[in-house]
Design a binder for this molecule. Structure first.
Ligand SMILES: [Zn+2]
Length: 200
């Protein structure tokens, strides 16, 4: 989430990180949260914003402005720790003019909406999809060890297996099993190319 935008300021990011680390060191909340921006400065023992809110009976969600308050009133609820440690941090890397838009430029407002959408989309990809990658790979490893390296053969999952290069797609209906016009012309091209190579 901390990728720099086209005008991201690396030195500013470095300074922020150094300040965070000076304040938080290697501290960790009892819940396991250890991202500096999610921890309350000077809390002792270390406590995160989510745990403090819970302890005080308050909501653990913030209303995040994806495009920044100055650019668009749309908000979306985000868990407070992620709001502080991920989405707010992403906005620090925007050009300040775009985030604050002091003259209410309609162009900057639109740029902010795009930046906000991209940041939020990346956050959701991390939250909803990233873990699935490891899950799928580990499950494949587990099934390999239990059932062998072609565990899907002869199961309803077989049709999802990627086709080997050059293999025609499975087709239960033989009348539709002719190569498409595109495929035929591709083949013609490859035959022609190899003929040209032979001639040369
Ligand atoms: Zn906590």
């Amino acid at each position: 989430m901390l990728k720099k935008g086209p005008q991201g300021d690396l030195s500013a990011a470095y300074v922020r990180k150094a300040i965070d680390e000076r304040w938080t060191g290697d501290r960790k909340c009892a819940c396991g949260e250890d991202r500096p921006k999610a921890l309350i400065r000077k809390s002792d023992p270390a406590e995160c914003h989510k745990c403090r809110r819970k302890r005080k009976g308050k909501t653990v969600f913030d209303n995040h402005h994806p495009a920044g308050d100055a650019n668009n009133p749309t908000t979306t609820p985000i868990p407070v720790n992620d709001h502080r440690a991920v989405l707010n941090v992403a906005q620090y890397d925007w050009p300040q003019q775009t985030l604050e838009n002091p003259d209410s430029s309609p162009l900057l407002a639109r740029a902010a909406c795009i930046r906000g959408y991209l940041d939020t989309n990346e956050y959701l990809m991390d939250k909803l999809l990233r873990e699935d990658l490891e899950f799928l790979e580990k499950l494949n490893e587990f099934l390999n060890s239990k059932l062998g390296p072609k565990w899907w053969v002869g199961t309803p999952l077989e049709r999802f297996a990627p086709k080997q290069q050059g293999q025609l797609p499975d087709n239960p209906n033989p009348t539709n099993n002719l190569p498409s016009e595109d495929a035929k012309s591709d083949n013609d091209v490859s035959v022609r190319n190899s003929d040209e190579k032979l001639a040369a």
